[in-house]
Design a protein around this ligand. Sequence first.
Ligand code: ATP
Ligand code: MG
Length: 455
Amino acid sequence: MTWYDPRMLKWFKKRTVREAKGVSGSAPHIIGRDHHNISRKNISRNALKVLYKLNEAGYASYLVGGGVRDLLLERRPKDFDIATDATPEQVKHLFRNSRLIGRRFRLAHVFFGRDIIEVATFRGPNVDNAKTSDQGMILRDNDYGTLEEDAWRRDFSINALYYNIDDFSVVDYTGGVPDVKAKNLRIIGEPEKRFREDPVRMLRAVRFAAKLDFRIEKRCEKSIDKLGGLLEDISSARLFDESTKLFLSGHGVESFYELRHYDLFYTLYPEIDELLDEHPKLEKFIEVAMRNSDRRIANNQPVTPAFLIAVLLWPEVKQRADGHNAKDGAYLQALQQEGDHVLHHQQQRTAAPRRFTAQAREIWVVQQRLIMRRQPYKIFEHPRFRAAYDFLLLRAESGETELQELADWWTRFQEVEGEERKSMVNSLGGGGQKKRRRKKRKPKTNDGQAAVADA
Ligand code: ATP
Ligand code: MG
């Protein structure tokens, strides 16, 4: 049987029914090396090193999660996660270059310079009620288990596939392989229970649907409609992490529209969500900016969460600053004030590290300086010049056409040098240079000498 054989689909359908009835303990489907397309060539050297070392030490050693899923889809995995029956302490002992992390999930990080390979011990089912909140949320999850138990407690069937380094087969307990083939995003087990255990799985569902262009199963969709509000109980630091993954993994546009579609965007950015509902035209700016970030990621250019924050919060910051009816310098002050206000509120939902919020604020302020064009040379040297200029271009492109001429001026300013640049600045008239004022003359004494200050 090949991995996409229709007979296999039937087999898994039966399995899912059995699983729903709570029957477990049946054999997995094992897809031999000749019947799948995963090649060691496409697995990172460091991940292979870890896989082999665990295996040679006598432990079970599998590649799991996004790595296996993406390789089956012939995509380049973002990272490689490894699952084993060795405890975190045993992993730590085996790899000198490793560290144990996490409280909710204790796992080992193996370091190879900047590359980190995550090694997790098989998890068992949660049996202890004391580790679950009143809402059914799992608070701690450190009960170790078997490979099979580990598979059933993963989030989606497509994320519960294991590549066995011992014989290069793929092990499938949950029907992930046919789901990969059918582009079907299916949560393992009963959706409501699984989303209650960890509401972030709803955001993950949207992220994978957007990234892989998969369809979220109907019964999952229904539960998301019902349970979206549970995300309010998730820590703001974790929501920031998820938000970054949603918007800075190369599929920001799709993620944005999918989140809006499932009405989950409000759980991350409540004020912006309301504003976009009132003024749907404002979506355009976010779309243009996200598309630009997606393109940069595709071209291996850097993207920063600071720019993302600046983009997502901008419609609200602008609306509030516009409410001041101020111009030039006074508008700049309004931007600073409203920027602080919006950032402060947003921190309670998605808590970004301070350096990112500080940079987002600078992007807003500096692009207002670009608009005013006072002291162009000084603005040009500002560390946020480039980001603010990009931001201005995106505003012009997304409908603020009156900014286009100004954006073109700054484009040219960067292209030319020396005398040409000087003449650009001079042609701005008084506006281009800091206004120089004559200093007040010191009062003269009778004999024509300047008076000494306190003589
Ligand atoms: P990618 O790394 O491409 O974003 P991924 O599927 O590898 O996607 P990770 O966050 O790296 O996602 O997690 C690795 C694996 O751990 C997942 O594939 C899944 O099996 C499991 N997992 C992660 N988060 C959860 C969760 N909240 N609930 C259950 N299983 C999870
Ligand atoms: Mg991963």
